[in-house]
Design a protein around this ligand. Structure first.
Ligand code: GBH
Length: 521
């Protein structure tokens, strides 16, 4: 897949697997490393989390609209995404911020129900197409490349009523949608991502009711959804490859939630095996079929689910099988692997499982924890352990023969406030880890901060802030203000090095105040 593969052995760099270490700095050799000139920096968002205009100008309902409107208590702070950052109105300000940061690209997503209110291709909302055309044009005018995700969680509700990702007809529906998007925007967009975190959709939206659509089908929800969403991904990669690749020279990837799972006890064979098993039960379920040499769902997942299903009285495995044609169709169906990497989790075998059975959690059967000294974010699940990104990259190199990677998300949550030193620390730590991973042979094309600005953090509402820019959700303008981390990121992009001691002179990122001050002099 990659033409600049590194044939060296995977280097054995000393990385801390010791949860008593902070995970930052402790393995640095103080050598100054630099991002190459063609390395790309970006920032990310997602339609549902920023746009608002939830029913504006003919937009259809998404599963998230329905999930929250039906039961507002599903969101921790009782808020909705009906207006969110109102990027439906203020997208030009978003582009201005991207320009201020100096990023090479903007990763955003298209709302399927804004284009096709009922999900199917028969009813098209022209105003929706125009919205994205305007955004893309504004980006290009400012020399920022669009990186477009076709689906970031917000499935049209009408399709959910037909079964959503549990109905294999959705492979055709997704292809129809993608075709319309490629026809309209293919000329202007070079980077495409079919899905954002299919793992999160299937695990939290179908296996449980934590996320929309809240199907809560334990034992089969995740696996059935996984098969259909993977085949839908592959269908669209093949479509692009056949119909558009030559004409537009773009690439199509997929973004998988890819946190690192380390054994709770280092140097313990049983723990190491359990960690490896858990990697396969989480991201492996999605990456193995596409990126491994042999293809198919991971062997360890197939055998455990088959065994448990039998014991539980099922006549066949709860994990659907893939035919040899499907295996072939999926294998290699991505031009790059997008990884959304946030944290590291320490795992051990749960022994007598306390997980509900049957369920994908019982199948994987682990207990997880975090390193004692890892810095905590505002989100319960997110702790800072940059070495995990290094390990994840080397694992991918070893298992998938040096895939081409984009870091499609990495970020940190805080309370509101402009001086976000913990975000700065976290970003620098992860970029240091990434530089080492690159030096040790990982082919990474770019790094994307989640997120450009504070936005609707799913069931956490506005209580967890991920933005480089703070958003004032009380103001009609949804005023956006640069945080310290925005200035630090800007400096990293400009200098291409990570300087831990660098401090901005002021929090004015636009330079407008400086210019005014000079004129006054
Ligand atoms: C990504 O998800 C998403 O792509 C993005 O939309 C989101 O805003 C961002 O990261 C920050 O969260 O049961 O405790 O695991 C990150 C992975 C998976 C984290 C689902 C939260 C549910 C809570 N997410 N997980 S938990």
């Amino acid at each position: 897949m990659s033409n600049s593969t590194n044939n060296n052995e995977v280097l054995k760099r000393q990385v801390p697997g010791d949860p008593n270490l902070s995970g930052i700095d402790c393995w640095s050799d103080n050598k100054q490393r630099k991002f190459k000139n063609d390395f790309l920096f970006g920032a990310a968002s997602a339609a549902y989390q920023i746009e608002g205009g939830w029913d504006a100008h003919g937009k259809g309902e998404s599963v998230w609209d329905k999930f929250i409107h039906d039961k507002p208590s599903r969101v921790k702070d009782g808020t909705t995404a009906d207006v969110a950052c109102n990027s439906y109105k203020f997208y030009k300000r978003d582009v201005e911020m991207l320009k201020e940061l100096g990023v090479d690209y903007y990763r955003f997503s298209i709302s399927w129900p804004r284009l096709l209110p009922e999900g199917l291709a028969n009813i098209r909302n022209e105003i929706g197409f125009d919205y994205y055309e305007n955004l893309i044009d504004e980006l290009l005018k400012n020399e920022i490349m669009p990186m477009v995700t076709l689906n970031h969680f917000d499935l049209p509700q009408k399709l959910q009523e037909l079964g959503g990702w549990m109905n294999e007809d959705i492979i055709d529906w997704f292809e129809d949608y993608a075709k319309l998007v490629f026809e309209r925007f293919g000329k202007k967009v070079k980077y495409w991502i079919t899905f954002n975190q299919p793992d999160t959709v299937c695990r939290y939206g179908y296996e449980t009711d934590f996320f929309a659509p809240g199907v809560n089908q334990k034992g089969t929800g995740e696996y059935t959804c996984a098969k259909n969403i993977l085949l839908a991904h592959a269908r669209v990669w093949h479509l692009y490859n056949k119909e558009y690749k030559q004409k537009y020279k773009g690439s199509v990837g997929i973004a998988v939630s890819l946190n690192w799972f380390d054994p709770l006890k280092n140097n313990d064979t049983e723990h190491a095996e359990v960690a490896e098993r858990y990697r396969q039960f989480t991201f492996g379920l999605y990456t193995n079929p596409i990126f491994s040499k042999e293809g198919d769902f991971p062997a360890v997942v197939k055998s455990i689910v088959a065994k448990k299903s039998k014991e539980q009285g099922y006549t066949k495995s709860r994990l659907p099988s893939l035919t040899s044609e499907e295996i072939k169709y999926l294998r290699g169906s991505a031009d790059f692997l997008g990884i959304n990497h946030y944290t590291t989790v320490l795992v051990k075998d749960a022994k007598q499982s306390t997980h509900e059975a049957p369920s994908c959690f019982d199948d994987a059967n682990v207990e997880s924890s975090y390193g004692e000294h890892w810095e905590k974010s505002k989100s319960e699940w997110l702790r800072s352990a940059p070495y995990g990104l290094y390990k994840a990259c080397l694992w991918l190199n070893k298992n998938y023969d040096y895939p081409t990677i984009f870091i499609t998300e990495n970020g940190w949550s805080t309370d509101a406030g402009l001086v976000d030193d913990s975000r700065v620390r976290n970003m620098r730590g992860y970029l240091d880890a990434l530089l080492l991973a690159i030096e040790d042979g990982t082919e990474v094309l770019g790094y994307t901060v989640w997120s450009l600005m504070d936005n609707f953090e799913w069931t956490s509402g506005y209580s967890e802030r991920f933005g480089l820019y703070e958003v004032d959700f009380e103001s009609d303008q949804r005023t956006r203000t640069a945080r310290k981390s925005a200035l630090v990121y800007k400096q990293i992009i400009k200098s291409r090095i990570v300087e831990h001691g660098w401090e901005p002179k002021s929090l004015d990122i636009s330079g407008k105040k400086d210019k005014e001050a000079k004129q006054e002099l």
